[in-house]
Each structure stands twice: as C-alpha cells, then as structure tokens.
Design a protein around this ligand. Structure first.
Ligand SMILES: Cc1ncc(COP(=O)(O)O)c(C=O)c1O
Length: 476
C-alpha cells in the first residue's frame, strides 16, 4: 500500500471490523481473565520487525492488531484488573472517545476546536462542582496525574519565584535559593518526577512522617515551616496514597501553609473522588483550602487513557507558565477559551469529549453510586481477609485500596516477604485476578485497588480463593 490516499475505500470496512471486534470483546470482558491470555508476552514479541518499505495495507495491518494484538493485551477494561489504580471506560466515555478520534480535532485553541474547547470549559466547571472546589479556580485537562502534578507544581514554582521577586517563566531559576519542599512519605513517585522536571529537584524534598504508614507529621511540618522564618515554601499533601489509600490531614496542612507562607498542593489522583460521596468526603476535607489540587480521569472517572485534571486557585499562574505567543495565534477571550495557554502541551487531544460525556450521562448521583459501591467492595474484601486464618489485613481500607498479605500459620515471619513476592509473581502469571506487590510498613504486601465501573461482588469474592489456590501450588 504506497499511500494512504489510495486506502480511502477501506475505511468503512476497517471501522466495521474494529467495532465488531470491540463489541464482541467487551461483551465477554467480564468473564475473561484479567491478565489476558497466557501467551500474552509471546504474542507481543510477534510485533518485532523492521519498518516495511512497502506497507502491508490497512486490512492486513488491522487484522494483525485484532489477532496478535488482542492476544497480547491485558484485560484492564474488565472488572478484575486490580493492579495499580486502573479505571475502566464507561459506555458513554468510550463512545465519546471513539468520536474524538474520528473527529481528530486539536483542542489547543477555540479556532482549532470550538467543540473541544467548549466541552473542556464545561467539563472543568462540572469537575469543580463534583469535587466541591470553588468555581473561581482555574483548571485544565492533562494526560494524567503525573502531568497534572507537573502543571500544578509549575504554578507553585511560579508563585514561589514571584515571592522572591522573579518571574521564573521568563528568567529561569538561576540565582534563586533551593526551593523548600515538604511532604509526607505518602508522596507519589510522580510528584517527585514533577519536581525533577521542574528543575526544583526531588532530593530537596523533606519527608516528614509520623509513623510507618507514612502519614505527615504535622508537628514536624510546623517546626520546619517555622524554621524558614517566612521564606516561601511548597508543601505537598497526598489524598489517597497508593499502598493503602491513606490521606494526609489536608485541612491541618492547609492551615499551616497559610500561616507560614507556603503553597499547598494536593495530589488526589484517585483520592479526590472521596469528596463525591458524603460518606467519605471527610477524608479529603480541606482540599478547598489548598492552592492547587489534581486528579486523574483514567482512574476513578473511568474515561479512557489518557486523561487527568489540574486545578489551581489562581489561574493567572497557570497562564504565566504555560501562556505562549506567536503571530499566528489568535487573541483569546472568556467565551472562547484557548486551553493551550493553561497547559503544558500545545496540540492536544480533545479528551474533553469523553470527560463531558461521562459526566453528562451519569451525573453526580451516578458517580456517587459507583464510588460508594467500590468503597463497599473494598470493605467486603477486608472483612473476608479478617475472617480468614491465612491472610492478614495490613491496613483498614480508607477508600478503595485493600492492603494485605498471605500469612499461613506455619510460615515464620522472616519468610513471609519472600513468599508474598513469589505469590505476587504467580498472581500476575496466572492472570485470573491481577495485582502486584508493594512494601507497606516494611512488609511485602498486595494492594488491589477497585476502580472499574464493571466490578461487582462476584469479582471481589474470587480474590482470596484464587490467591490461596496459587499459594498452595507454590508451597505444596
Ligand atoms: C497518588 C497518585 N499520584 C499520581 C499518580 C500518577 O498517575 P498517572 O499514572 O495517571 O500519571 C498516581 C498513580 O497511581 C497516584 O496514585
């Protein structure tokens, strides 16, 4: 196939094939093993090869994706993929995302996508409403929590520079002191990465935790801020840490930040969704007092990868960092927002279509119901662990992450880490349910996270039996 222009006539058939394959796949995904086929790694290797001089044509190429490609995929769209914090795609979001690709608009500017720009404006306003954040805050869609942390912390860095009389976006950081940054051990690796990308550096971080779980030591934080004698600083709180769903005390940290001239940033990649239900909202109390907060779309909002959001009390700071100018760019106005002036990228996927579509389809009550269902499922699994004689619950689930380990009576403590690591590998290799290991309070542990709209009691109820069966095979 020499040139895509000669391929035009294949398009309807290609789309029909993909739609049919996706329809069949998604009709079965609830029953499929979460990890995909046993041959998934081998199927992925079949894609090795050189760039073809003459293309193979779209029909043959897409057929390979529908055969080898689907064999290499994990079933993360399904209800038992508990690894990391993995959301699914709601029906409305998935359909909107397909349309996004078909339209292929660039949501950089109103002029390049009035639809993407308007829906981003509406979606950001609805998300602020959903999370009970002030409507006066600025916000922007990103590719995920890592880029959202980057975006919000860039605004924090700009503020910090201004407090030192410097416009960092214009002049860089040379001649400025080290940025004082404080957090608890809850801090996610992506926030550290953001500090690296921003030229602040992640080794400057002072980690102040009061116990082995990692939660912030408020007294140590206050002492550290007092020792700065009013020098501006950045404090990072975590709402929903990955090991056990723990929360830093955000309201107390906001109070300290305000009293001691610090910017409070909250990483709420999934934990910000605690605010959607009155039964969990108190976990993330005080976020509205912060200076910036972020969350993921592809986790608990259940829109397709990749999607995140960054919110900032002072939108001017986002524009100070990410504003850009060129003679071919139009002047912007409030009715015609141009989100590239608030975002790291210039050209941008119109991911607002999926965000808007899922919020429009299910609304506040739909999301509340889903969050509450997932929280109840996490408690259900925790109860099953507590009632068993061979598993140990390592932390009471605060939200949707359940931290536990296998602990058969006959195994001495000194051997448990090795056993649980081997068991973690067996869980991944088997794929019936899917999650890996972490280290929590010094112990190797599992941390399944429930974040897919499809997940029900049936999916959670097979977790312990599956893991027990694999353990018996390992040790027997
Ligand atoms: C608390 C927290 N922050 C940030 C991230 C990074 O998210 P992403 O992979 O969407 O960049 C995660 C991912 O699990 C997270 O749990």
């Amino acid at each position: 196939m020499p040139d895509p222009i000669d391929d035009r006539d294949q398009l309807p058939e290609l789309l029909t094939q993909v739609a049919k394959a996706a329809r069949d796949y998604l009709a079965r995904v609830d029953q499929l093993p979460a990890g995909g086929t046993v041959g998934r790694d081998e199927a992925a290797q079949r894609f090795a090869g050189d760039l073809p001089a003459d293309g193979n044509g779209s029909v043959a190429t897409v057929t390979r994706l529908l055969t080898d490609g689907m064999q290499a995929a994990v079933n993360s769209a399904g209800p038992r993929f508990f690894h990391f914090v993995t959301g699914g795609s709601t029906p409305s979001a998935l359909a909107a995302d397909w349309l996004t690709s078909a339209l292929d608009n660039n949501a950089a500017l109103w002029v390049s996508s009035p639809l993407g720009s308007k829906l981003e404006q509406v979606a950001i306003a609805w998300l602020k409403d959903l999370f009970s954040l002030p409507q006066s805050w600025g916000g922007v869609l990103t590719t995920g929590a890592t880029m959202s942390n980057f975006t919000a912390l860039a605004a924090a860095r700009q503020w910090w520079g201004e407090e030192h009389g410097t416009n960092i976006a214009k002049r860089g950081m040379s001649g400025l002191p080290v940025v004082p940054v404080m957090a608890s051990h809850f801090i996610h690796a992506s926030a550290k990465k953001a500090l690296s990308m921003l030229g602040i550096g992640h080794e400057v971080l002072q980690l102040l935790s009061s116990d082995a779980t990692g939660v912030v030591d408020v007294t140590a934080l206050e002492d550290t801020l007092v020792s700065l004698k009013g020098e501006p600083a950045i404090v990072i709180a975590t709402a929903g840490e990955v090991n056990a769903g723990g929360f830093d005390p955000i309201a107390a940290m906001a109070d300290l930040a305000h009293r001691h001239h610090a910017w409070l940033h909250v990483d709420g990649a999934f934990g910000l969704f605690a605010r959607v239900s009155p039964s969990t909202a108190d976990l993330a109390d005080g976020v509205e007092l912060a200076d910036s907060v972020i969350a993921d779309g592809h986790k608990w909002l259940n829109v397709p990868y990749d999607c995140g959001f960054a919110f900032c009390r002072d939108p001017r700071l986002l524009n100070a960092v990410f504003g850009m100018n060129a003679p071919y760019f139009p002047a912007t106005n409030a009715d015609h927002p141009d989100f590239l002036y608030l975002a790291p990228e210039m050209s941008r996927r119109a991911r607002s279509l999926a965000v808007w579509a899922t919020l429009a389809a299910y609304g506040r009550q739909g999301y509340r119901a889903m969050i509450e269902r997932h929280v109840a499922l996490a408690k259900r699994l925790a109860d099953q662990i507590r009632a068993s004689s061979d598993f140990e619950l390592l932390a009471e689930p605060r939200l949707n992450v359940v931290c536990f380990r296998y602990r058969p009576a006959a195994t001495p403590e000194g051997e448990l880490d090795r056993l649980n690591r081997r068991l973690g590998q067996a869980i991944i290799a088997d794929g019936t349910v899917y999650f890996g290991t972490t280290v929590y309070a010094g112990k190797v542990a599992f941390r399944p996270a429930i974040a897919n709209w499809r997940t029900t009691e049936r999916d959670v109820d097979i977790v312990l039996d599956t893991v027990r069966g694999l353990a018996e095979r390992l040790t027997g």
